[in-house]
Write a protein that binds this ligand. Structure first.
Ligand code: ATP
Ligand code: MG
Length: 158
């Protein structure tokens, strides 16, 4: 679904797993380990972990109605200037993506409806493609800064 040309792919890892809740933490750890190789801050890594957890939880809880009945695919890709994570399910899909992404919107009255809010505030880009009956794909993008040490906030040289 990545329509944007992000340049050449440097590395990627893909996971495929059954929609069981234990796999939320597994996918979070794998993505964080992959991202830890890059020039990201601990804060960035924490934010990426939360965003991935929210997207994978949504696939399991909403996509597959919290049942171990379907596959979830998580792909983490490194481009020169971006880290891209794709979370895909083949579950029920979303009728109105725009509405689903609004703060406090949830189809489950027990939930807060904040998953997409976290994803949007913690990542630089969140792209969602979904079709009822076909499934949902969420693309999470974190920009990789040019080496942080050379950007500002340094004591001026004498
Ligand atoms: N993968 C998915 N498949 C089907 N529906 C989804 C999926 N992801 C999100 N949705 C729909 O979008 C709504 C909003 O998702 P969001 O993560 O923001 O909130 P939530 O999951 O309902 O609550 P919270 O994340 O705070 O527990 C969900 O209630 C659900 O209806
Ligand atoms: Mg959610």
């Amino acid at each position: 679904m990545t329509v944007k040309d992000r340049g050449e792919i440097i590395n990627y890892v893909q996971l495929e797993f059954l929609s069981v809740p234990e796999n939320v933490s597994l996918s979070r750890v794998v993505v964080a380990s992959f991202a830890a190789q890059l020039d990201l801050t601990l804060n960035d890594l924490e934010e990426i972990k939360v965003a991935v957890s929210e997207a994978v939880s949504n696939s399991i809880i909403h996509g597959y109605n919290n049942k171990p009945v379907g596959k979830v695919y998580v792909t983490v890709m490194r481009y020169e200037k971006e880290l891209v994570i794709i979370v895909k399910d083949e579950g029920v899909g979303i009728k109105d993506v725009k509405k689903a992404m609004e703060a406090a919107y949830s189809t489950d009255p027990e939930r807060m409806g904040l998953g997409f809010v976290f994803m949007k505030s913690f990542m630089d880009e969140v792209n969602v493609v979904s079709e009822p009956g076909k499934g949902t794909t969420v693309e999470l993008v974190k920009k990789l800064e040019l080496p942080k040490k050379t950007t500002g906030k340094q004591a001026p040289k004498e």
